[in-house]
Design a protein. Structure first.
Length: 138
């Protein structure tokens, strides 16, 4: 078994959910792995990773609306060092998670036909995001 590791820097995205599947697929092509697992870890506490519907952009809009309605603007939040979106961003990140593991089959991500990898950007004015990509395989 071989192990590869690299960092992928994503550009700044506006607040919301964004498909990043193509960026991960492009990176995977650089490694000679036919079968294995890719682990994707985001190095931030105000953004997240998740897998969901990859075709209809309304799903991403609905996800954003749901999380905003249920997490944003609570009067009891004390952690607001970087603005009113600070604590909500941390909660959304914890709810959705920072790590994904996806099987690799025949050198490709083995996702379902309707699945895509989302970056959840939970800040109003976020910068670039760093992902640590670890590939285990043969």
């Amino acid at each position: 078994m071989k192990i590869y590791q690299t960092t992928l820097t994503l550009p700044s995205y506006k607040r919301g959910f964004h498909l990043i599947t193509r960026q991960i697929e492009s990176l995977l092509k650089s490694y000679p792995v036919e079968i294995g697992i890719i682990n994707i870890f985001i190095k931030h506490t105000s953004a997240s990773l998740t897998i969901n519907e990859n075709v209809d952009p309304m799903v991403r809009e609905d996800m954003e609306k749901f999380f905003n309605e249920n997490v944003d603007n609570k009067p009891y939040y004390k952690h607001t060092y970087e603005g009113s979106d600070d604590m909500p961003a941390h909660i959304k990140s914890s709810l959705l998670g920072q790590t994904l593991s996806i099987p690799i089959t025949n050198g490709q991500l083995n996702l379902g036909i309707w699945q895509g990898i989302y970056l959840g950007e939970h800040r109003d004015r976020a910068g670039q995001r760093e992902l640590v990509i670890t590939i285990y395989g043969e």
